[in-house]
Design a protein around this ligand. Structure first.
Ligand code: FAD
Length: 474
Protein backbone atom coordinates (compact mmCIF):
# COMPACT_ATOMS: atom_id res chain seq x y z
CA UNK A 1 0.00 0.00 0.00
CA UNK A 2 1.56 3.31 -1.05
CA UNK A 3 1.05 6.74 0.49
CA UNK A 4 -2.11 8.40 -0.83
CA UNK A 5 -1.40 11.26 -3.25
CA UNK A 6 -3.66 13.60 -1.25
CA UNK A 7 -1.32 13.09 1.72
CA UNK A 8 1.73 13.76 -0.44
CA UNK A 9 0.15 16.99 -1.72
CA UNK A 10 -0.78 18.07 1.81
CA UNK A 11 2.79 17.45 3.04
CA UNK A 12 4.22 19.46 0.12
CA UNK A 13 1.87 22.36 0.96
CA UNK A 14 2.84 22.25 4.62
CA UNK A 15 6.57 22.25 3.76
CA UNK A 16 6.11 25.18 1.36
CA UNK A 17 7.88 26.32 -1.79
CA UNK A 18 11.28 24.74 -2.61
CA UNK A 19 11.11 22.74 0.61
CA UNK A 20 10.29 19.40 -0.95
CA UNK A 21 11.17 17.18 -3.89
CA UNK A 22 9.60 14.15 -5.51
CA UNK A 23 12.28 14.06 -8.22
CA UNK A 24 14.02 10.70 -7.90
CA UNK A 25 17.33 12.21 -9.09
CA UNK A 26 17.23 14.61 -6.13
CA UNK A 27 16.14 11.83 -3.78
CA UNK A 28 18.76 9.27 -4.94
CA UNK A 29 21.73 10.40 -2.77
CA UNK A 30 19.44 10.44 0.27
CA UNK A 31 18.33 6.80 0.04
CA UNK A 32 21.65 4.94 0.20
CA UNK A 33 24.03 5.05 3.14
CA UNK A 34 27.83 5.57 3.03
CA UNK A 35 28.83 1.90 3.09
CA UNK A 36 26.28 0.95 0.45
CA UNK A 37 25.00 -1.84 2.71
CA UNK A 38 21.41 -0.52 2.78
CA UNK A 39 19.26 1.33 0.30
CA UNK A 40 15.62 2.40 0.27
CA UNK A 41 13.04 4.42 -1.59
CA UNK A 42 10.59 7.21 -0.92
CA UNK A 43 8.08 9.18 -2.99
CA UNK A 44 8.95 12.43 -1.17
CA UNK A 45 11.75 14.23 0.62
CA UNK A 46 11.01 17.36 2.68
CA UNK A 47 13.48 20.09 3.59
CA UNK A 48 11.61 22.08 6.25
CA UNK A 49 12.83 25.63 6.86
CA UNK A 50 11.38 26.31 10.31
CA UNK A 51 10.34 24.58 13.51
CA UNK A 52 6.72 25.64 13.15
CA UNK A 53 6.50 24.22 9.63
CA UNK A 54 8.14 21.00 10.75
CA UNK A 55 5.74 20.73 13.68
CA UNK A 56 2.74 21.02 11.34
CA UNK A 57 4.21 18.37 9.03
CA UNK A 58 4.71 15.95 11.92
CA UNK A 59 1.25 16.61 13.37
CA UNK A 60 -0.24 15.82 9.95
CA UNK A 61 1.88 12.67 9.60
CA UNK A 62 0.80 11.52 13.06
CA UNK A 63 -2.89 12.10 12.39
CA UNK A 64 -2.65 10.15 9.15
CA UNK A 65 -0.24 7.44 10.29
CA UNK A 66 2.48 8.42 7.80
CA UNK A 67 5.93 7.10 8.69
CA UNK A 68 8.83 9.56 8.94
CA UNK A 69 12.61 9.09 8.65
CA UNK A 70 14.62 12.06 10.00
CA UNK A 71 17.89 12.69 8.17
CA UNK A 72 20.94 14.86 8.76
CA UNK A 73 24.09 14.43 6.67
CA UNK A 74 23.31 10.75 5.97
CA UNK A 75 26.78 9.67 7.14
CA UNK A 76 25.37 7.26 9.74
CA UNK A 77 26.79 3.75 9.55
CA UNK A 78 23.86 1.63 10.77
CA UNK A 79 21.20 2.23 8.11
CA UNK A 80 19.03 4.44 10.35
CA UNK A 81 18.95 7.56 8.20
CA UNK A 82 17.39 6.20 5.02
CA UNK A 83 13.87 4.96 4.28
CA UNK A 84 13.15 1.25 3.86
CA UNK A 85 12.26 -0.36 0.53
CA UNK A 86 8.47 -0.18 1.03
CA UNK A 87 8.20 3.36 -0.40
CA UNK A 88 5.89 4.14 2.54
CA UNK A 89 8.28 6.32 4.52
CA UNK A 90 8.79 10.07 4.00
CA UNK A 91 12.28 11.52 4.42
CA UNK A 92 12.72 14.74 6.37
CA UNK A 93 16.15 16.21 5.76
CA UNK A 94 17.25 18.99 8.12
CA UNK A 95 19.81 20.80 5.94
CA UNK A 96 17.81 24.06 5.64
CA UNK A 97 17.63 24.56 9.40
CA UNK A 98 21.28 25.51 9.83
CA UNK A 99 21.48 28.84 11.64
CA UNK A 100 23.26 30.00 14.77
CA UNK A 101 20.52 30.99 17.24
CA UNK A 102 22.77 32.39 19.98
CA UNK A 103 26.38 32.51 21.13
CA UNK A 104 26.98 33.24 24.81
CA UNK A 105 30.75 33.63 25.12
CA UNK A 106 30.76 34.11 28.87
CA UNK A 107 28.54 31.08 29.41
CA UNK A 108 30.71 29.11 26.94
CA UNK A 109 27.67 27.99 24.95
CA UNK A 110 26.44 28.08 21.39
CA UNK A 111 22.86 27.39 20.30
CA UNK A 112 22.56 26.14 16.72
CA UNK A 113 19.91 24.57 14.54
CA UNK A 114 20.08 20.84 13.90
CA UNK A 115 21.00 21.09 10.23
CA UNK A 116 24.29 22.88 10.85
CA UNK A 117 27.30 20.84 9.72
CA UNK A 118 29.58 19.80 12.57
CA UNK A 119 32.48 21.57 10.80
CA UNK A 120 30.42 24.79 10.82
CA UNK A 121 29.84 24.44 14.56
CA UNK A 122 33.65 24.31 14.83
CA UNK A 123 34.15 27.44 12.73
CA UNK A 124 31.48 29.38 14.66
CA UNK A 125 33.19 28.45 17.93
CA UNK A 126 36.57 29.53 16.46
CA UNK A 127 35.18 33.03 15.87
CA UNK A 128 34.99 33.63 19.63
CA UNK A 129 38.31 31.85 20.34
CA UNK A 130 36.55 28.77 21.63
CA UNK A 131 36.34 25.18 20.48
CA UNK A 132 33.59 22.61 20.17
CA UNK A 133 35.67 19.50 20.79
CA UNK A 134 33.84 16.73 18.94
CA UNK A 135 35.83 15.64 15.90
CA UNK A 136 34.97 12.83 13.48
CA UNK A 137 36.25 12.14 9.97
CA UNK A 138 32.77 12.87 8.54
CA UNK A 139 32.50 16.32 10.17
CA UNK A 140 32.29 18.11 6.80
CA UNK A 141 29.05 16.26 5.96
CA UNK A 142 27.50 15.17 9.27
CA UNK A 143 25.03 17.58 10.92
CA UNK A 144 24.84 18.41 14.59
CA UNK A 145 21.29 16.99 14.85
CA UNK A 146 22.59 13.68 13.47
CA UNK A 147 25.59 13.78 15.81
CA UNK A 148 23.27 14.26 18.77
CA UNK A 149 20.79 11.62 17.61
CA UNK A 150 23.61 9.07 17.32
CA UNK A 151 25.39 10.23 20.48
CA UNK A 152 28.51 10.43 18.32
CA UNK A 153 31.97 9.94 19.77
CA UNK A 154 35.11 10.57 17.73
CA UNK A 155 38.73 11.14 18.62
CA UNK A 156 38.53 13.48 21.63
CA UNK A 157 36.11 11.53 23.83
CA UNK A 158 38.98 10.62 26.15
CA UNK A 159 39.13 14.23 27.35
CA UNK A 160 35.80 15.86 26.48
CA UNK A 161 33.29 12.99 26.51
CA UNK A 162 30.68 11.84 23.97
CA UNK A 163 27.88 13.99 22.57
CA UNK A 164 25.79 13.21 25.66
CA UNK A 165 28.38 15.13 27.71
CA UNK A 166 28.47 18.10 25.35
CA UNK A 167 24.77 18.97 25.04
CA UNK A 168 23.12 21.27 27.58
CA UNK A 169 19.72 21.74 25.99
CA UNK A 170 17.56 20.68 23.06
CA UNK A 171 14.53 21.73 21.09
CA UNK A 172 12.58 18.80 19.66
CA UNK A 173 9.46 18.29 17.58
CA UNK A 174 7.73 15.34 19.20
CA UNK A 175 5.85 12.66 17.23
CA UNK A 176 2.57 14.37 18.23
CA UNK A 177 3.71 17.56 16.47
CA UNK A 178 4.19 19.37 19.79
CA UNK A 179 7.37 21.42 20.15
CA UNK A 180 9.38 20.70 23.31
CA UNK A 181 11.57 23.69 24.12
CA UNK A 182 14.32 22.31 26.32
CA UNK A 183 16.95 24.80 25.14
CA UNK A 184 18.99 25.89 28.12
CA UNK A 185 22.58 26.81 28.84
CA UNK A 186 22.38 25.57 32.43
CA UNK A 187 25.07 23.22 33.68
CA UNK A 188 23.11 22.44 36.78
CA UNK A 189 19.38 21.73 36.62
CA UNK A 190 17.94 19.09 38.90
CA UNK A 191 14.26 19.56 38.16
CA UNK A 192 13.19 15.99 37.55
CA UNK A 193 13.96 13.67 34.64
CA UNK A 194 16.62 14.89 32.22
CA UNK A 195 14.41 14.70 29.12
CA UNK A 196 17.10 15.73 26.61
CA UNK A 197 18.94 12.47 27.29
CA UNK A 198 16.04 10.53 25.72
CA UNK A 199 16.66 12.21 22.38
CA UNK A 200 20.48 12.09 22.54
CA UNK A 201 21.26 8.71 21.01
CA UNK A 202 17.54 8.25 20.22
CA UNK A 203 18.37 7.84 16.50
CA UNK A 204 15.30 9.80 15.48
CA UNK A 205 12.88 7.29 16.99
CA UNK A 206 11.40 9.65 19.62
CA UNK A 207 11.27 13.00 17.81
CA UNK A 208 13.15 15.35 15.51
CA UNK A 209 15.82 17.52 17.11
CA UNK A 210 15.59 21.04 15.69
CA UNK A 211 18.14 22.96 17.78
CA UNK A 212 20.71 22.39 20.51
CA UNK A 213 22.68 24.36 23.08
CA UNK A 214 26.22 23.01 23.16
CA UNK A 215 29.14 23.42 25.56
CA UNK A 216 32.16 25.31 24.31
CA UNK A 217 35.70 25.17 25.67
CA UNK A 218 38.65 27.60 25.48
CA UNK A 219 40.55 27.14 22.23
CA UNK A 220 43.70 25.02 22.27
CA UNK A 221 46.83 27.18 22.07
CA UNK A 222 49.20 24.23 21.77
CA UNK A 223 48.88 20.71 20.35
CA UNK A 224 51.48 17.99 20.23
CA UNK A 225 51.05 14.79 18.24
CA UNK A 226 53.20 11.66 18.29
CA UNK A 227 53.10 8.37 16.39
CA UNK A 228 54.82 5.54 18.23
CA UNK A 229 55.43 1.83 17.77
CA UNK A 230 54.55 -0.39 20.72
CA UNK A 231 55.43 -4.04 21.39
CA UNK A 232 51.87 -5.30 22.01
CA UNK A 233 48.39 -4.30 23.10
CA UNK A 234 49.19 -4.68 26.81
CA UNK A 235 51.80 -1.97 26.31
CA UNK A 236 49.11 0.19 24.69
CA UNK A 237 46.96 0.37 27.78
CA UNK A 238 49.95 0.84 30.09
CA UNK A 239 51.12 3.68 27.85
CA UNK A 240 47.64 5.20 28.05
CA UNK A 241 47.74 5.22 31.86
CA UNK A 242 51.27 6.65 31.86
CA UNK A 243 50.43 9.38 29.34
CA UNK A 244 47.33 10.44 31.27
CA UNK A 245 49.32 10.71 34.46
CA UNK A 246 52.38 12.48 33.07
CA UNK A 247 50.46 14.87 30.79
CA UNK A 248 48.58 16.64 33.58
CA UNK A 249 45.38 15.46 31.88
CA UNK A 250 46.26 17.22 28.63
CA UNK A 251 45.98 13.94 26.66
CA UNK A 252 43.03 14.39 24.28
CA UNK A 253 43.43 11.52 21.80
CA UNK A 254 44.85 8.00 21.95
CA UNK A 255 44.25 5.78 18.92
CA UNK A 256 45.56 2.33 18.01
CA UNK A 257 46.60 1.24 14.50
CA UNK A 258 47.71 -2.26 13.50
CA UNK A 259 50.51 -2.99 11.01
CA UNK A 260 48.06 -4.54 8.51
CA UNK A 261 45.97 -1.35 8.56
CA UNK A 262 49.00 0.89 8.15
CA UNK A 263 50.17 -1.13 5.16
CA UNK A 264 46.90 -0.94 3.24
CA UNK A 265 46.47 2.76 4.08
CA UNK A 266 49.99 3.56 2.85
CA UNK A 267 49.36 1.43 -0.25
CA UNK A 268 46.00 2.88 -1.32
CA UNK A 269 45.58 6.39 0.11
CA UNK A 270 47.39 9.29 -1.58
CA UNK A 271 49.94 11.07 0.61
CA UNK A 272 50.02 8.30 3.22
CA UNK A 273 53.26 6.50 4.09
CA UNK A 274 54.76 4.58 6.98
CA UNK A 275 56.52 7.29 9.04
CA UNK A 276 58.99 4.81 10.59
CA UNK A 277 61.85 2.93 8.92
CA UNK A 278 61.32 -0.36 10.72
CA UNK A 279 58.16 -2.45 10.83
CA UNK A 280 56.20 -3.09 14.03
CA UNK A 281 52.95 -4.91 14.85
CA UNK A 282 51.12 -2.07 16.59
CA UNK A 283 51.18 1.74 16.70
CA UNK A 284 49.64 4.46 18.84
CA UNK A 285 48.74 7.94 17.68
CA UNK A 286 48.54 10.20 20.72
CA UNK A 287 47.85 13.89 21.05
CA UNK A 288 48.08 16.38 23.90
CA UNK A 289 46.46 19.82 23.80
CA UNK A 290 46.03 22.73 26.16
CA UNK A 291 44.64 26.25 26.26
CA UNK A 292 47.75 27.30 28.24
CA UNK A 293 50.57 29.31 26.66
CA UNK A 294 53.83 27.39 26.28
CA UNK A 295 55.61 29.51 28.90
CA UNK A 296 53.18 28.09 31.48
CA UNK A 297 53.06 24.52 30.21
CA UNK A 298 55.24 23.42 27.34
CA UNK A 299 53.60 20.51 25.53
CA UNK A 300 56.75 19.59 23.64
CA UNK A 301 58.40 18.97 26.99
CA UNK A 302 55.32 17.10 28.22
CA UNK A 303 55.35 14.77 25.20
CA UNK A 304 59.13 14.22 25.54
CA UNK A 305 58.62 13.28 29.17
CA UNK A 306 55.85 10.80 28.31
CA UNK A 307 57.93 9.14 25.59
CA UNK A 308 61.13 9.10 27.66
CA UNK A 309 59.41 7.30 30.53
CA UNK A 310 57.58 4.98 28.14
CA UNK A 311 60.84 3.97 26.43
CA UNK A 312 62.47 3.35 29.82
CA UNK A 313 59.58 1.01 30.63
CA UNK A 314 59.79 -0.62 27.16
CA UNK A 315 56.26 0.47 26.33
CA UNK A 316 57.46 2.35 23.26
CA UNK A 317 59.95 0.96 20.73
CA UNK A 318 60.21 3.75 18.19
CA UNK A 319 58.33 6.85 17.08
CA UNK A 320 58.09 10.32 15.61
CA UNK A 321 56.74 13.57 17.02
CA UNK A 322 55.08 16.00 14.60
CA UNK A 323 57.05 19.25 14.32
CA UNK A 324 54.13 21.31 13.00
CA UNK A 325 50.43 21.19 12.13
CA UNK A 326 51.08 19.82 8.66
CA UNK A 327 53.13 16.89 9.98
CA UNK A 328 50.45 16.22 12.57
CA UNK A 329 47.82 16.18 9.78
CA UNK A 330 49.88 13.64 7.83
CA UNK A 331 50.00 11.37 10.87
CA UNK A 332 46.26 11.76 11.46
CA UNK A 333 45.56 10.85 7.81
CA UNK A 334 46.94 7.38 8.51
CA UNK A 335 44.21 6.93 11.10
CA UNK A 336 41.38 8.67 9.32
CA UNK A 337 41.87 6.99 5.94
CA UNK A 338 42.21 3.49 7.42
CA UNK A 339 38.53 2.68 6.99
CA UNK A 340 38.42 3.99 3.41
CA UNK A 341 41.59 2.04 2.48
CA UNK A 342 39.87 -1.25 3.36
CA UNK A 343 37.49 -0.82 0.41
CA UNK A 344 40.41 -1.47 -1.97
CA UNK A 345 41.05 -4.88 -0.44
CA UNK A 346 37.56 -6.35 -1.06
CA UNK A 347 34.80 -6.98 1.46
CA UNK A 348 35.13 -5.84 5.05
CA UNK A 349 32.96 -7.02 7.96
CA UNK A 350 32.72 -4.25 10.56
CA UNK A 351 32.26 -4.03 14.31
CA UNK A 352 32.05 -0.95 16.50
CA UNK A 353 32.49 -2.38 19.98
CA UNK A 354 33.66 -1.24 23.38
CA UNK A 355 34.98 -3.06 26.42
CA UNK A 356 36.58 -1.68 29.58
CA UNK A 357 40.01 -0.35 28.55
CA UNK A 358 41.71 -2.92 30.77
CA UNK A 359 40.02 -5.74 28.79
CA UNK A 360 41.14 -4.60 25.33
CA UNK A 361 44.15 -6.95 25.06
CA UNK A 362 42.00 -9.93 26.04
CA UNK A 363 39.26 -8.93 23.61
CA UNK A 364 41.73 -8.57 20.73
CA UNK A 365 43.46 -11.87 21.53
CA UNK A 366 40.26 -13.93 21.84
CA UNK A 367 38.28 -12.30 19.01
CA UNK A 368 41.20 -12.44 16.56
CA UNK A 369 41.71 -16.17 17.19
CA UNK A 370 38.01 -16.93 16.85
CA UNK A 371 37.59 -15.12 13.51
CA UNK A 372 40.85 -16.54 12.13
CA UNK A 373 39.66 -20.06 12.99
CA UNK A 374 36.24 -19.38 11.48
CA UNK A 375 37.54 -17.95 8.17
CA UNK A 376 41.11 -18.99 7.36
CA UNK A 377 42.98 -16.16 5.67
CA UNK A 378 40.73 -13.44 7.12
CA UNK A 379 42.65 -10.18 7.67
CA UNK A 380 41.74 -8.45 10.96
CA UNK A 381 42.31 -4.67 10.98
CA UNK A 382 41.33 -3.60 14.51
CA UNK A 383 41.86 0.12 14.95
CA UNK A 384 40.47 3.19 16.63
CA UNK A 385 39.65 4.78 19.93
CA UNK A 386 41.49 2.44 22.32
CA UNK A 387 41.66 5.30 24.86
CA UNK A 388 37.87 4.93 25.22
CA UNK A 389 37.90 1.12 25.05
CA UNK A 390 36.35 1.44 21.56
CA UNK A 391 37.75 -0.68 18.75
CA UNK A 392 36.55 -0.78 15.14
CA UNK A 393 37.17 -4.49 14.82
CA UNK A 394 37.12 -4.58 11.02
CA UNK A 395 37.82 -7.79 9.16
CA UNK A 396 39.04 -7.67 5.59
CA UNK A 397 38.25 -10.68 3.42
CA UNK A 398 40.84 -13.36 2.65
CA UNK A 399 42.79 -12.65 -0.54
CA UNK A 400 41.15 -14.31 -3.54
CA UNK A 401 37.83 -15.08 -1.83
CA UNK A 402 34.59 -14.06 -3.54
CA UNK A 403 33.43 -10.78 -1.96
CA UNK A 404 29.73 -11.69 -1.73
CA UNK A 405 30.52 -15.13 -0.33
CA UNK A 406 32.58 -13.40 2.36
CA UNK A 407 30.04 -10.67 3.14
CA UNK A 408 27.33 -13.34 3.54
CA UNK A 409 29.11 -14.24 6.78
CA UNK A 410 28.54 -10.71 8.22
CA UNK A 411 25.71 -11.55 10.67
CA UNK A 412 27.29 -14.81 11.92
CA UNK A 413 30.68 -13.20 12.51
CA UNK A 414 29.12 -10.15 14.16
CA UNK A 415 27.18 -12.41 16.49
CA UNK A 416 30.26 -14.42 17.48
CA UNK A 417 32.28 -11.27 18.13
CA UNK A 418 29.40 -9.70 20.08
CA UNK A 419 29.24 -12.81 22.30
CA UNK A 420 32.90 -12.20 23.21
CA UNK A 421 32.28 -8.49 23.78
CA UNK A 422 29.32 -9.20 26.04
CA UNK A 423 31.25 -11.78 28.05
CA UNK A 424 33.83 -9.05 28.76
CA UNK A 425 31.19 -6.58 29.96
CA UNK A 426 31.30 -4.59 26.71
CA UNK A 427 28.86 -3.00 24.26
CA UNK A 428 27.92 -4.16 20.75
CA UNK A 429 27.69 -0.50 19.65
CA UNK A 430 30.19 1.97 21.05
CA UNK A 431 29.48 5.05 18.95
CA UNK A 432 27.64 4.31 15.69
CA UNK A 433 24.28 3.34 17.18
CA UNK A 434 21.83 0.55 16.38
CA UNK A 435 19.70 1.64 13.38
CA UNK A 436 18.60 -1.30 11.26
CA UNK A 437 22.00 -2.97 11.25
CA UNK A 438 22.08 -3.99 14.89
CA UNK A 439 18.38 -4.05 15.86
CA UNK A 440 18.30 -7.85 16.00
CA UNK A 441 21.56 -7.99 17.95
CA UNK A 442 20.24 -5.42 20.42
CA UNK A 443 17.19 -7.60 20.98
CA UNK A 444 19.46 -10.56 21.64
CA UNK A 445 22.03 -8.95 23.90
CA UNK A 446 20.13 -6.24 25.83
CA UNK A 447 18.46 -7.49 29.02
CA UNK A 448 14.67 -7.93 28.70
CA UNK A 449 13.96 -5.32 31.37
CA UNK A 450 16.02 -2.71 29.46
CA UNK A 451 14.10 -3.49 26.27
CA UNK A 452 10.77 -3.25 28.08
CA UNK A 453 11.58 0.20 29.48
CA UNK A 454 12.79 1.34 26.05
CA UNK A 455 9.57 0.06 24.40
CA UNK A 456 7.42 1.75 27.07
CA UNK A 457 9.17 5.08 26.43
CA UNK A 458 8.71 4.67 22.68
CA UNK A 459 4.99 3.89 23.12
CA UNK A 460 4.49 6.84 25.44
CA UNK A 461 6.03 9.35 23.04
CA UNK A 462 5.13 7.78 19.71
CA UNK A 463 2.00 5.62 20.16
CA UNK A 464 1.40 5.44 16.40
CA UNK A 465 5.01 4.40 15.73
CA UNK A 466 5.51 7.02 13.01
CA UNK A 467 9.03 8.13 13.95
CA UNK A 468 11.80 6.07 12.32
CA UNK A 469 9.89 2.80 12.88
CA UNK A 470 11.90 -0.40 13.13
CA UNK A 471 15.16 1.41 13.85
CA UNK A 472 16.72 0.61 17.25
CA UNK A 473 13.58 -1.29 18.39
CA UNK A 474 12.13 -3.73 15.87
C1 FAD B 1 34.11 8.51 7.20
C2 FAD B 1 33.24 8.42 8.42
C3 FAD B 1 33.80 8.55 9.68
C4 FAD B 1 33.00 8.46 10.82
N1 FAD B 1 33.59 8.57 12.05
C5 FAD B 1 32.83 8.52 13.15
C6 FAD B 1 33.42 8.64 14.46
O1 FAD B 1 34.63 8.77 14.63
N2 FAD B 1 32.60 8.62 15.52
C7 FAD B 1 31.24 8.48 15.40
O2 FAD B 1 30.53 8.48 16.41
N3 FAD B 1 30.67 8.32 14.17
C8 FAD B 1 31.41 8.35 13.06
N4 FAD B 1 30.83 8.20 11.83
C9 FAD B 1 29.38 7.96 11.72
C10 FAD B 1 28.50 9.22 11.45
O3 FAD B 1 29.24 10.25 10.85
C11 FAD B 1 27.87 9.69 12.77
O4 FAD B 1 26.95 8.70 13.20
C12 FAD B 1 27.15 11.04 12.66
O5 FAD B 1 26.87 11.48 13.97
C13 FAD B 1 25.86 11.00 11.86
O6 FAD B 1 25.46 12.33 11.59
P1 FAD B 1 24.54 12.65 10.30
O7 FAD B 1 24.15 14.07 10.32
O8 FAD B 1 25.19 12.17 9.08
O9 FAD B 1 23.25 11.77 10.65
P2 FAD B 1 22.43 10.81 9.69
O10 FAD B 1 23.31 9.75 9.16
O11 FAD B 1 21.65 11.58 8.70
O12 FAD B 1 21.42 10.17 10.76
C14 FAD B 1 21.86 9.33 11.77
C15 FAD B 1 20.67 8.96 12.67
O13 FAD B 1 20.17 10.10 13.33
C16 FAD B 1 18.82 10.39 12.95
N5 FAD B 1 18.74 11.84 12.80
C17 FAD B 1 19.49 12.63 11.99
N6 FAD B 1 19.18 13.93 12.21
C18 FAD B 1 18.23 13.94 13.17
C19 FAD B 1 17.52 14.98 13.85
N7 FAD B 1 17.70 16.27 13.57
N8 FAD B 1 16.60 14.63 14.80
C20 FAD B 1 16.39 13.33 15.09
N9 FAD B 1 17.04 12.31 14.49
C21 FAD B 1 17.94 12.62 13.54
C22 FAD B 1 18.58 9.60 11.68
O14 FAD B 1 17.22 9.25 11.55
C23 FAD B 1 19.48 8.40 11.90
O15 FAD B 1 18.82 7.45 12.69
C24 FAD B 1 31.61 8.25 10.68
C25 FAD B 1 31.04 8.12 9.40
C26 FAD B 1 31.83 8.21 8.28
C27 FAD B 1 31.17 8.08 6.93
Amino acid sequence: MSIDTTHLSALKDLAGDKAWSDDQDVIAPHVTEPRGKFSGKTPLILFPGSVTKLAKIIAYANQNNIKIVPQGGNTGLVGGSIPDLSGNEILINMKRMNKVREIDALNHTITVEAGMLLSEVHSNADKIKCQFPMHIASEGSAMIGGNISTNAGGINVLHFGVMRDLVLGLEVVLPSGDIWNGLTGLRKDNTGYDLKQLFIGGEGTLGIITAATLKLFPEAKQKNTAFVAIPDTEAAIKLLALAREVSGDSLIAFEILPRAGLEITAKHMPGCRDPLENKYDWYILLECATSMQSDLLNLEEVMSKILEQAMDQELVLDGVVAKNISEARTLWNLREFMSEAQKFEGGSIKHDISVPVSKIPEFLRVATKVVEDAVPGIRPIPFGHIGDGNIHFNLTQPKGMDKQEYLAKWEDINHTVHEIVTSLGGSISAEHGIGILKAAELEHFKPEIDLKVMRDIKKALDPNNIMNPGRVLR
